[in-house]
Write a protein that binds this ligand. Sequence first.
Ligand code: ATP
Ligand code: MG
Length: 209
Amino acid sequence: MAKKLKGIFITLEGSEGCGKSTQAKLLCSYLKKRKKKVLHLREPGGIKISERIRSILLDVKNKSMTKECEVLLYMAARAQLVDEIVLPALQKGMVVVCDRFLDSTLAYQGYGCGVDIGFINIIGKFATRELKPHLTFLLDMPTHKGLSRILQTKDRIEQRSLKYHNKVRRGYLAIAKKNPGRVKVIKANQSREKIEDCIRGYVEKLFKI
Ligand SMILES: Nc1ncnc2c1ncn2[C@@H]1O[C@H](COP(=O)(O)OP(=O)(O)OP(=O)(O)O)[C@@H](O)[C@H]1O
Ligand SMILES: [Mg+2]
């Protein structure tokens, strides 16, 4: 990357309904109270072009979408997000908290759909400009329990089989094993407060506050 980044990039990962969005919100409020300049984003989406790609990706009507198309659309949404908003915010020294990032594509399309992991990593480098999170929280819990927390109509990915979602979960755990410094696995089947405390502990260590 050309310019030195002053900011901090934190991502939340995990399978459906594990509490990513809940914890991202709690973390952002906490950081704001700590007078940090915070940008809260979600993937796929976060900005206009990427949100439009999101609606194609999650639309249950797109039953015939191939896994190749799916990977490239996720990467396209990510490339736009990184360039348009994440990198400028990090260059300004902000804390960027993102609900999902490249690990999601590795887990869902790589481990889940069987797309070559090496290929995802190569195209991932292109889409992210080699940006890596400083910290990633993997909220892990039995897949069926997470899925049962989702009350609204399930989107195209959520509708996939339990077998698929279990592959995604195992994929995430494999990613965590490969990246122990960056990826912190947190039991998601405990209270919001306990998870929040655990996340704060790691973030405080990172900021040395
Ligand atoms: N620790 C928790 N214990 C019990 N319920 C929780 C907990 N954390 C979140 N929830 C509830 O579970 C549901 C899913 O949480 P949330 O939307 O944060 O998960 P998510 O990982 O973002 O899901 P998705 O994968 O669908 O985006 C919400 O109704 C939320 O209020
Ligand atoms: Mg969410």
